[in-house]
Design a protein around this ligand. Structure first.
Ligand code: SF4
Ligand code: SF4
Length: 443
């Protein structure tokens, strides 16, 4: 389902797209953020001690060729993530661009996204990124104290000064960029400071937030292989103090955002954005929410009915159902033995994607905001709700508070821009999303 088919044609054939998040250096990184969910993959995926596998040589070429072949579209987007992909060096990415050019079908535009902590960026890097129109995703958590609290180097020192140097270089060379900010136990308590910093100091016009939610067992325990879910018998009921980050016996890591912490953060940022920044600053969640209110599909997999915005690929070519499901149980293929397209369309990946909607709790199915949430990311469905139903979303209370808060404003914004309001309490015509087990979506 991470392959999109639609009725439009390209080169007289139906358009198709596959999306892979490539991790060409696996989990290897030059810093050591406290909340990183990926560093521990080095042990989980049984990489040999001290070995840093990389996607190189023929393997890199195979990947670029097969990725291009899995598309029939006017534009192909490659995504590079880590770990820290810039550790591979600039020549690596010069080679990437040359290989893309070698296999690029006529009339097709190829673009690249690169997620980075910014530490290694210099003038030469930024000239290259600007010249080849890379979209850089820069990880930055806010003003110095907030950023340095969790984004530290191996010696435990904060990386703020280095990332701000990268911000200056990015602006100097006009590199396209978006910021990615983790909403954790600390940033969640300072929403306005974080948002104004991103807007006024970093001058980011594309702002992405990500809620930090990890169970204490996240480093070595995988969700069950049937339907993405966590073991029901271990789940704690909504309202239990063990769901509060930092509490004694908490089942979540202390760096996590709490459920209401998440909702309150989004509410505060939304109010500031509505007052001052509509049309000038793009906050990924608000864009996604607006799409849901007008009945369009949102750009965020977490808020869509089915999963599968993209497979994740490790340096040895192993493909996983999702970046957040890089566990042996969720391996769906390998680029050296399987056709990328077939993996994308394959039963295993389809079932993975549809499990998101098919395993919604009855509370979600009846929720008035299910059209905008769909139970959010299954990775975060590890609590029992007030009725004792397992596999409910940890962030639910925050989501509900936030959706209720933005409902009327979003309806107003949609109307100002001339869109019909299809969902929510203020819709033109009240529509209810029907959730059925046998519904199958093509995304
Ligand atoms: S598991 Fe979460 S992150 Fe992965 S595709 Fe599904 S919603 Fe998106
Ligand atoms: S807000 Fe809560 S109940 Fe509603 S769909 Fe999201 S997780 Fe489910």
């Amino acid at each position: 389902m991470n392959t999109i088919l639609d009725s439009q044609n390209f080169n007289s054939k139906p358009i198709k797209r596959t999306h892979v998040m490539a991790k060409p250096i696996g989990a290897a990184c030059n810093i050591d953020c406290t909340y990183c969910y990926y560093l521990s993959k080095q042990d989980l995926l049984e990489y040999k001690q001290g070995c840093t596998p990389t996607l190189q040589g023929d393997s890199l070429e195979t990947y670029i060729r097969t990725y291009i072949e899995s598309h029939n579209a006017p534009e192909i987007i490659f995504s590079w993530q880590g770990g820290e992909p810039t550790l591979l060096g600039l020549d690596y990415f010069k080679n990437v661009v040359a290989l893309q050019d070698k296999y690029r079908p006529e009339g097709v535009i190829i673009k690249n996204d690169l997620q980075t902590n910014g530490i290694l960026l210099n003038d030469e890097w930024c000239e290259f990124l600007a010249q080849h129109d890379f979209l850089v995703g820069l990880s930055i958590d806010g003003p110095e104290m907030l950023h340095n609290a969790h984004r530290t180097n191996r010696a435990g020192r904060g990386t703020y000064k280095q990332v701000m140097k990268a911000v200056d270089l990015i602006h100097k060379h006009n590199v396209s960029f978006a910021t990615l900010t983790c909403v954790n136990n600390l940033t969640s308590k300072n929403p306005i400071e974080v948002y104004r910093f991103l807007r006024d100091v970093v001058k980011s016009t594309q702002i992405q937030f990500i809620p930090i939610v990890e169970q204490k067992t996240f480093r070595n325990e995988a969700p069950q292989s049937d339907g993405q879910s966590w073991q029901a018998e271990k789940q704690v009921k909504q309202g239990d103090k063990r769901l509060i980050p930092g509490n004694a016996n908490s089942v979540v890591e202390s760096f996590c955002v709490s459920d209401l912490g998440w909702g309150n953060f989004l509410i505060a940022v939304f109010d500031e954005w509505v007052k001052n920044d509509i049309g000038n600053v793009f906050v990924q969640y608000f864009e996604a929410n607006l799409a849901s209110w007008i009945g369009e599909s949102s750009q965020l997999c977490t808020l869509n009915p089915v999963c599968g915005k993209g497979l994740a690929m490790e340096p040895n070519g192993d493909l996983y159902a999702c970046d957040h499901y890089v566990y042996p149980e969720y391996k769906v293929g390998n680029i050296h033995h399987d056709k990328l397209e077939e993996v994308s369309y394959g039963d295993k990946q389809q079932d993975f994607g549809h499990a998101k909607i098919e395993t919604l709790t009855s509370e979600c199915q009846r929720c008035e905001y299910v059209f905008a949430c769909y139970g959010e990311c299954p990775k975060n469905r590890f609590i029992k709700n007030a009725n004792g139903e397992a596999n409910h979303n940890y962030l639910c209370a925050g989501w509900k508070k936030y959706f209720a808060h933005i409902d009327q404003s979003l309806a107003r914004i949609a109307r100002v821009y001339g869109y019909p309001v299809k969902f929510g309490r203020y819709s033109d015509e009240r529509m209810m999303q029907t959730i059925g087990k046998n519904q199958r979506y093509i995304i």
